[in-house]
Write a protein that binds this ligand. Structure first.
Ligand SMILES: [Fe+2]
Ligand SMILES: [Fe+2]
Length: 242
């Protein structure tokens, strides 16, 4: 396990710091885009019953982003610099879900889908991968974020059940076919050189492909409970509806 001071002292392989910085920049921008999405949804939201929960989620996503940007600051990378480094990556399919949420007005169904595509996936990525990071400050931040993401996930699953009842299976299926590829691609490409480095350095424990599979199996169970079927996806990344 490393602390920020170990990295500053220069006793750690420079490539470790490089890989860690890129991983944190990706984590930070994902939290920030999710916060922007919730902010935007709040502006467009009619159902006042949801407001308090969305406000809570928004405040927590902002806090998650701040936590990770602070880790970057400790490594000498400020927020604008971190965000700029992510510009090319943000155009890739792995960022389609948070970007879509941040850039489009969400109706009530979109909001449920976004939560299922961002909070449920985030819970998996953070819970499985970052919680045991070899970079102790990231592991500690993950622990804090995780507790709140569990609540977001609970909100997503309750809202999902209600949305199926309110809007009907047909409308949910249409939204699902739109959101599912984005959600699965959020895990990133399987077997990438970057993930290989992350795993080698103990910054992640599992490959993106494994996490995507785990997500699909959890989602399939949730859909089955609502008498819905998981839409079939193409086998290779970036996944689209088959
Ligand atoms: Fe978050
Ligand atoms: Fe969340």
């Amino acid at each position: 396990m490393f602390e920020a001071a170990d990295l500053r002292a220069g006793g750690v392989e420079p490539n470790y710091v490089k890989v860690l910085t890129r991983l944190l920049a990706a984590h930070a921008i994902a939290e920030k885009l999710t916060a922007i999405g919730y902010q935007r949804a709040l502006g467009a939201l009619e159902n006042t019953g949801l407001r308090p929960t969305i406000e809570k989620n928004l405040a927590e996503e902002r806090k998650h982003a701040r936590l990770i940007y602070r880790l970057l600051e400790e490594l000498g990378v400020n927020e604008p610099h971190a965000d700029r480094s992510m510009l090319p990556a943000m155009k890739l399919p792995s960022f389609a879900a948070p970007r879509y949420f941040a850039e489009h007005d969400a109706n009530a169904i979109d909001l449920v889908m976004a939560s299922m595509s961002l909070d449920m996936t985030g819970l998996i990525m953070i819970g499985v991968n970052y919680r045991e990071s070899s970079y102790a400050p990231h592991a500690r931040a993950a622990e804090i974020i995780l507790a709140e993401e569990e609540e977001h996930e609970l909100f997503a699953s309750t809202e999902f059940r209600e949305a199926v009842e309110r809007y009907g299976a047909e409308a949910i299926n249409v939204a699902l076919r739109e959101w599912l590829p984005r959600a699965v691609n959020f895990f990133g490409p399987p077997d990438s050189g970057f993930t290989y480095d992350c795993i080698r350095y103990g910054l992640k424990t599992r490959d993106n492909g494994d996490l995507a599979e785990l997500y699909l199996s959890l989602l399939e169970r949730r859909l089955r409970n609502a008498r819905l079927e998981l839409p079939a996806l193409t086998a290779t990344y970036p996944h689209v509806i088959a």
